[in-house]
Design a protein. Sequence first.
Length: 277
Amino acid sequence: MPRPVRCRRIERLPVYRSFSPDDVAAAEDVRMTVDEFEALRLLDDEGLTQETCALRMNIARTTVTAIYDSARKKIADALVHGKRLLITGGCCEFMPVEINQEIMEKGSTCMRIAVTYENGEIFQHFGHSEQFKLYDTENGRITGEQVVNTNGSGHGALAGFLQAAKVDALICGGIGMGAQMALADAGIKLYAGVQGSADAAAKALAEGNLKYDPDAHCDHHDHHHEGDCGHHHEGRHQFGDEDCQRSRREGECRRDNGDCGHHHPEGERGHGHCHKE
């Protein structure tokens, strides 16, 4: 019987998830896992030894060697053969993020919603959010509320911040694809493209009738909004959803009947998944 794979500790999620040659229209994909990226970051960017890298990732040194070699071969394949490099997947767990304020205790059966927050409204740029408002909900009603500061966390750290706060779902305005993938990696469902009152949006989600835009996307480099896929993924510490990314690339996201064309677990339809007004 094969030994179970030990999850690798990730300190920093990749901000940029896709790299492709400019002069190749339909490049084949090479998929690098998040733990392979982390090994590259620690060994090549930070210049650590394999022994120190192993301690940081909570794995054996021989495992570091194996995933580092795999990552380098994938980079060579992408560069030599003109393929697109995607960073997604892997058996990983986040390094705990320190939150410098007390978070309300979460009940075992409640869903915790986070909303990007500014002066009572939904803040429209996820990556620049300075506050979230948390809502605990149970049986279709809100049972607790709290505003928390992000302590200056940027795009790459906000998903870890929300996971540390035990958030199950995020309501926001615009959000970049890298942040979407980071939220999916953290097991946080995404409801993007929502405007107006934060309280009203959280109440609507709790009641199962939130209207949102699965195409909402914010390019944080030029601050305009474009179409993108805002699908939702489950499973903490299980990284990536290849089918969703593949469908986004191939233009298969179907919205003509209010369905994005992807499978959602039972019970999620009541939350308005992939419904577009």
